[in-house]
Design a protein around this ligand. Structure first.
Ligand SMILES: NC(=O)c1ccc[n+]([C@@H]2O[C@H](COP(=O)([O-])OP(=O)(O)OC[C@H]3O[C@@H](n4cnc5c(N)ncnc54)[C@H](OP(=O)(O)O)[C@@H]3O)[C@@H](O)[C@H]2O)c1
Length: 327
C-alpha cells in the first residue's frame, strides 16, 4: 500500500538521512518535508530528487516552535488533502499515514528562552509543537479504517530526574533538553493508551551519538575532526556511537517496516552500530510511570486549550484593529 510520511526537521542531519533511506527502498511513498526554513527545505528536496528522480517529495512550511505556524501547517495539510479528493485523486489521508518527527534545539548547551507564544522554547520545539500538530490532525489520523503512527526522536539524554510534573516546560530547571525528551517518551506512552483504539500508534527512538549540525553546535567542527579517529576506536567497544546520520536513522527506518501493533509501546528503539559499522535496531525498556504519563497528557491538553484561547484572542484583536482602520 502507498504510504505518506511527514518528516519534521527533514532538511538536515537524521531527518534528511531518514528521507534518503526511505526513498532508496520505498520509491513509491509520498514524502513531505516539514521545515521552518524553506530555502534549506528546497535544497534538501533537490538533493533527494537528484538521487531519486521519480520520487514524490512535497514541502510544507512548519516551525514546530510556533503554535500559529503549527496550526497553519495543519490547515495546509488538510486543504491539500481535500483538494486531492475533490480533484478525483485518492486523498492523501486515504492512505496509510506515517508521521516521523526529528527536530531539535541545542544538545549540551541546554540554553532556553521564552518563545513568541510565551512557552519555553525547547519544550515547545521538541514536544508541544508536535503534540499540537498531532491533535490538529487527529480527525484525519484517527479516521475509521485508517492506521497512522507518530515516531518521536528522543535521546539517551531523556532522564527522569530532569523532568518535573510541576514544571513540564522546565522553566525553573537547567536541563530543558533532557526534560523535553523524557516528556516525549511519556507522551508516546500516553498517546498509545488513548489513541490505539482509534488507529493511531506512537513510538520512540534514540539515534545514538550522531555527527550533525546539532553536535557541531556544541563544539567546533575542527575539534570533532581532530577526535574522530578516537571516536571510531571507541565504537569498537560501544554500540551507541552511530556517528553518521544514515546509521542514526536506522531505528526510524526499521520502525517504518514494522506493523505498529507489533511494537512495544514502553520500549525505546535504539539505533546501534557494530564495531565494523553495521547498523541495527534494539528495543530497550523506558523508565516510565503510568500515572505521571496521564498527568502530563492532561496538562498538555490544558495547555493546548490555553494556547488556542490566547491565539483566538489575538486573532480577535487583530480583526478589531482592522475594523478600526477601515472605518
Ligand atoms: N545528533 C545526535 O547525536 C542526537 C542524539 C540524540 C538525539 N538526537 C535528536 O535527533 C533529532 C535530529 O537532530 P540532528 O542531530 O539531526 O540535528 P540537526 O542536523 O541540527 O537537525 C535538526 C533539524 O531540526 C530542525 N528544527 C530545529 N528547530 C525547528 C523548528 N522550530 N521547526 C522546524 N524544524 C526545526 C532543523 O531545521 P533548521 O535547518 O531550520 O534549523 C533541522 O532540520 C533531534 O530531535 C535531536 O534531539 C540527536
Amino acid at each position: 500500500m502507498e504510504k505518506v510520511v511527514i518528516v519534521t526537521g527533514a532538511n538536515s542531519g537524521i531527518g534528511l538521512a531518514l528521507c534518503e533511506r526511505l526513498l532508496t527502498e520505498h520509491i513509491q511513498l509520498r514524502l513531505c518535508l516539514a521545515c521552518r526554513n524553506m530555502q534549506r527545505a528546497e535544497a534538501a528536496r533537490s538533493a533527494l530528487l537528484a538521487s531519486h528522480a521519480r520520487a514524490h517529495v512535497d514541502l510544507l512550511h512548519l516551525d514546530v516552535g510556533s503554535a500559529q505556524s503549527v496550526l497553519a501547517a495543519a490547515r495546509e495539510l488538510k486543504a491539500r488533502n481535500n483538494a486531492q479528493s475533490t480533484s478525483g485523486y485518492k486523498s492523501i489521508f486515504q492512505r496509510n499515514v506515517v508521521n516521523m518527527f526529528a527536530t531539535a534545539e541545542g544538545l549540551l548547551t541546554q540554553q532556553d528562552r521564552i518563545n513568541s507564544d510565551g512557552l519555553q522554547e525547547v519544550f515547545a520545539t521538541n514536544l508541544f509543537g508536535h503534540f499540537l500538530l498531532v491533535r490538529e490532525l487527529e480527525p484525519l489520523l484517527c479516521e475509521a479504517g485508517r492506521m497512522s503512527r507518530v515516531v518521536w526522536t528522543s535521546s539517551s539524554n531523556a532522564r527522569r530526574t530532569a523532568f518535573s510534573i510541576e514544571d513540564i516546560q522546565h522553566a525553573n530547571g537547567t536541563e530543558p533538553y533532557s526534560s523535553s525528551k523524557y516528556a516525549s517518551d511519556m507522551l508516546s506512552v500516553a498517546l498509545n493508551r488513548h489513541k490505539n483504539s482509534q488507529g493511531l500508534f506512537s513510538s520512540v527512538i534514540c539515534p545514538g551519538l550522531v555527527m550533525t549540525n546539532l553536535t557541531y553546535g556544541i563544539l567546533p567542527s575542527f575539534f570533532w575532526t581532530f577526535i574522530m579517529p578516537i571516536m571510531w576506536l571507541i565504537r569498537i567497544f560501544t554500540n551507541t556511537f552511530t556517528l553518521t546520520p544514515h546509521n542514526g536513522a536506522a531505528s526510524l527506518h526499521w520502525l517504518f517496516l514494522q506493523t505498529p501493533e507489533s511494537l512495544d509501546p514502553r520500549a525505546k528503539y535504539h539505533s546501534l552500530t557494530s564495531g565494523f559499522g553495521a547498523n541495527y535496531t534494539e528495543p530497550r525498556q523506558m523508565d516510565i510511570d503510568d500515572n505521571m504519563c496521564e498527568l502530563l497528557y492532561e496538562k498538555l491538553l490544558e495547555l493546548e486549550k490555553d494556547i488556542r484561547r490566547r491565539l483566538t484572542g489575538l486573532n480577535q484583536l487583530e480583526c478589531n484593529d482592522m475594523n478600526v482602520c477601515s472605518t
